[in-house]
Design a protein around this ligand. Structure first.
Ligand SMILES: NC(=O)c1ccc[n+]([C@@H]2O[C@H](COP(=O)([O-])OP(=O)(O)OC[C@H]3O[C@@H](n4cnc5c(N)ncnc54)[C@H](OP(=O)(O)O)[C@@H]3O)[C@@H](O)[C@H]2O)c1
Length: 269
């Protein structure tokens, strides 16, 4: 599926205005999850954006003539909603909270708990047939999980959402996505705010007269086939993150950040 280089991560967002402002600035991909307990907040922000209720100061309001079809609304089923008979009721509740007729991208949040590829994935596919879900994605999968999912679905997932930032990512997951032709959605692309502690990122930011956050987003989205979903609440952060995809890093700058020593993931099991 086609996703813009920068979308909005919403974990921790509890004010619909942040979501509406993001839409007004031009964001077209909203990422939430049942476990974030804010699907209703995202839905409220989406409704405000579609109604053209979000002002962004003197800037052009990108919600003018915004259609529901212009926005990719993504959410995730938690691990206790992955049994074959649980996915449809859970997805219907998510859609209701989001205020949408169909969820554009519904992820398996983690291949854990009630996840059973042979049962869960066909049940998700039936929701695509029924029109409640437009695309089935996966998150926090390893190569084995991805291969199994491709076997069962008979096609690649619509997207794989995985942790990716200068302090942690797995290049083999990008190779797999390229080979099978699906996008990787980079979560926590700012390492939860920690990228400003990474010397290599700060050096590149100084050279471009920009912020470490912008560099982290540019570094992630320069990788094929990666899009990023930084979370931001203020208009200033939302605006800066969206613009960051236009920042062009040199090959040696990308290589310097690639060379940063990897740490433990922020979101292990
Ligand atoms: N699939 C999964 O298992 C999974 C796991 C974790 C996250 N995610 C998704 O990925 C999204 C992003 O990850 P994340 O929320 O962990 O963290 P993140 O996007 O790496 O970092 C967010 C933090 O950076 C700050 N920030 C944002 N833009 C900034 C800027 N331009 N300058 C300075 N600081 C800035 C934010 O502050 P303000 O809010 O004050 O702007 C917030 O404290 C989540 O919201 C969620 O949608 C998915």
């Amino acid at each position: 599926m086609e996703l813009p280089p920068v979308g909005l991560g919403t974990m921790g967002i509890d004010d619909p205005e942040s979501v509406a402002t993001a839409l007004a600035l031009g964001y077209r991909h909203l990422d939430t999850a049942r476990i974030y307990d804010n699907e209703a907040v995202v839905g409220e922000g989406l409704a405000a954006g579609l109604a053209g209720d979000a002002g962004v100061g003197d800037a052009v309001d990108a919600t003018e003539n915004l259609d529901r079809a212009d926005v990719t609304v993504a959410t995730k089923l938690w691990i206790d909603d992955l049994a074959a008979d649980a996915v449809a009721p859970a997805a219907r509740e998510s859609a209701e909270r989001l205020g949408v007729d169909a969820i554009d991208l519904l992820y398996v949040h983690r291949p854990r708990g009630d996840y059973d590829p042979e049962a869960t994935l066909p049940a998700l596919d039936r929701m695509v047939d029924d029109g409640l879900v437009r695309n089935v994605g996966v998150s926090n999968f390893e190569i084995d999980d991805l291969d199994r999912a491709i076997d069962v679905l008979g096609r690649p997932p619509a997207a794989h959402q995985t942790e990716l930032h200068p302090l942690f990512y797995k290049p083999t997951l990008l190779d797999h996505a390229r080979k099978h032709g699906y996008p990787v959605v980079a979560y926590s692309p700012l390492a939860g705010g920690r990228v400003r502690e990474v010397d290599a990122v700060v050096e590149v930011a100084d050279a471009h007269g920009t912020t470490p956050e912008a560099v982290a987003i540019a570094w992630a989205t320069a990788k094929d086939p990666v899009v990023a979903i930084p979370k931001a609440s203020s208009e200033a952060h939302l605006r800066a993150n969206l613009a960051a995809a236009d920042l062009e890093l040199t090959e040696s700058e990308v290589a310097a950040i690639d060379g940063v020593e990897r740490e433990e993931e922020l979101f292990p099991e």
